[in-house]
Design a protein around this ligand. Structure first.
Ligand code: SF4
Length: 388
């Protein structure tokens, strides 16, 4: 008998330096006590496992930060403990995010031996000038070498690129993307550069040190990306993620389809049996919470049906397969989660597709996701029947 599926996210919060666009929970420290961190992650994992008995583990994702800086023995210990706590699916997907510099690439064989079977490489660009602008700690040749090494050691390899940099043109980006599509990968994450609050780039833009690419030019690059990747057999299955059919990230599909996932490590979010969990972000605070409480949780809350349905709609619409709005409403015991008249108007204007209760974004709609969500979301509270 198999239990309900479960994904596990493990956050490694350390990086060698802070990239100027990054708003992830990443920290630079001169020394890292790998033994202490292994013990902490194992204890945090055991806490989640106690609350989620009998599940079938379908994926593990080591994200960060830079998890390729983890000692492969720590990665192995976490995988072994997870396999001990739960029944692992035969096809379990175990992904690790890696940076493509030579020190980390040298660990790929050990990471594969530790059980990692999929790597997501942060190449970000094929051009040294852009890599310098993005503050990356690797060069373009190191990126290509890392990809070749990863393809040798791991069954599945994905890589990330960032586009819509200041001054990017359709010619320049299409040449980069054509090169990316020729490298034999079956999964690509293609992100537009966005200027996030409280990052170094946000201060630089405020000081007018550079100007981000304007919205129309970014939208044109997004459409070009979709067209080129689809023509090469890697259509998008999520706004920024492209794969040959069957090579989608199973782990990320669990998030977007609103399944349960345990999230451990500093700053990790999780979704456990209708509750949202958030770990302490600062590594030192996480370790002291763990010593005090036996877990690193900073906040845990039961999601109301309205909040749960809203999240499921927001996440699911990112996927090309879209959402079954009726199924979400039933799951959360709500009469409705969308205004169907507005949905139909957006179908007529070419922004949404609809088949029964299933709603999908069209290519045009994908550019306006936030706006469309604001238009259609109409989550009604459960009806309360008067008694007597
Ligand atoms: S390597 Fe990744 S997580 Fe670390 S600072 Fe750069 S973008 Fe952020």
């Amino acid at each position: 008998m198999t239990g309900e599926p479960l994904a596990l996210y493990v956050h490694w919060p350390f990086c060698v330096s802070k990239c100027p666009y990054c708003d992830f929970n990443s920290h630079v420290r001169s020394t890292i006590d790998q033994d202490a961190w292994r013990d902490a992650l194992l204890a945090d994992l055991a806490h989640e496992a106690r609350l989620l008995p009998g599940r079938t583990l379908t994926s593990i994702f080591f994200g960060g930060g830079t998890p390729s800086l983890m000692d492969p023995a720590t990665v192995e210990a976490v995988i072994a403990a997870a396999r001990g706590h739960w029944t692992a699916d035969e096809q379990i997907e175990i992904t690790l995010e890696a940076n493509p510099n030579s020190v980390e690439t040298a660990r790929f064989a050990d990471l594969a031996a530790a059980g990692v079977n999929r790597v997501s490489l942060g190449l970000q660009s094929f051009d040294d000038k852009s890599l310098g602008f993005l503050g990356r700690a690797h060069s373009a040749p190191e990126g290509f070498a890392a990809l070749a090494t990863a393809q040798k050691h791991f069954r599945r390899t994905s890589f990330d690129l960032i586009y819509a940099l200041p001054g990017d043109t359709e010619d320049r980006w299409s040449a980069t993307l054509a090169q990316a599509l020729s490298l034999g990968t079956k999964h690509l994450s293609l992100y537009q550069l966005t200027i996030e609050p409280a990052t170094r780039f946000a201060s630089m833009v405020a000081r007018r040190e550079f100007e981000p690419l304007d919205a129309d030019a970014s939208a044109a690059l997004f459409e070009l990306t979709d067209a080129m990747a689809s023509a090469a057999g890697l259509p998008s299955y999520e706004i920024s993620n492209h794969a040959r059919p069957g090579n989608e990230s199973r782990h990320n599909l669990i998030y977007w389809r609103y399944g349960d996932y345990a999230g451990i490590g500093p700053g990790a979010h999780g979704r456990r049996l209708g509750r949202r969990t958030v770990r302490h972000k600062k590594p030192e605070n996480f370790l002291s919470a763990l010593a005090r409480n036996g877990h690193g949780i900073a906040e845990e809350a039961l999601l109301s049906p309205v909040d749960g349905a809203d999240e499921a709609l927001v996440m699911g619409l990112r996927l090309r397969e879209g959402v079954d709005a009726q199924a979400i409403a039933e799951r959360f015991g709500l009469p409705a989660i969308v205004d169907w008249d507005r949905v139909d108007r957006l179908v007529s204007s070419g922004h949404l597709g609809r088949a029964g209760a299933r709603i999908t974004l069209t290519a045009r709609g994908r550019l306006l996701l936030d706006h469309i969500l604001g238009e259609i979301a109409a989550i009604e509270e459960p009806r309360v029947l008067a008694v007597g």
